[in-house]
Design a protein around this ligand. Structure first.
Ligand code: CMP
Length: 139
């Protein structure tokens, strides 16, 4: 059975552009409940840990630099079929390929500076939620 949570990060590009509020509103209007949320900033070490699966990729260094350049909004979101439904809401990794109305189509700049993260599986959603939040911070 699909689990009912996913982890999102509103990335430094979207926070710096002042788009956090509009993105959070779109998320809530799309039926997601916020279990946990905070404004935070990733250290180089924490960004490298979060994206460890990509460490052999050519874009890894630039990705870590981007994700540490300013604050992010991290949140745990709850909804039936959360992972799949949230990935539909955010759209393709590359905003050039993202569907109309998706968060990346609306707010992303390019394949790296793509405004938001969404977990890619139920297993990773649980790992990523624990990465950002303690149990007592989730409601
Ligand atoms: P996301 O899917 O949230 O997590 C991995 C991130 O790496 C991705 O968003 C982009 O920010 C970045 N990324 C993925 N593919 C590329 C690429 N080809 N070039 C640059 N950045 C990328």
């Amino acid at each position: 059975m699909a689990s009912n949570i996913t982890l999102t990060m509103i990335k430094p590009d979207a926070v710096a552009a002042g788009n956090s509020g509009k993105i959070i509103d779109l998320i809530i209007q799309s039926g997601f409940k916020i279990q946990a949320m905070k404004l935070t900033r990733l250290s180089k070490e924490k960004a490298e840990e979060f994206y460890a699966v990509h460490k052999e990729r050519g874009f890894f260094g630039d990705l870590v630099k981007f994700m540490t350049e300013g604050p992010i909004v991290a949140a745990v979101l709850e909804k039936d079929n959360a992972v799949e439904d949230f990935r539909k809401l955010i759209g393709a990794t590359n905003p050039a390929n993202a569907a109309e109305g998706t968060i990346r189509k609306l707010y992303a700049t390019d394949i790296e500076r793509n405004a938001v993260h969404g977990s890619d599986s139920d297993e990773n959603a649980a790992i990523e939620a624990s990465f950002h939040f303690a149990g007592v911070e989730r409601f």
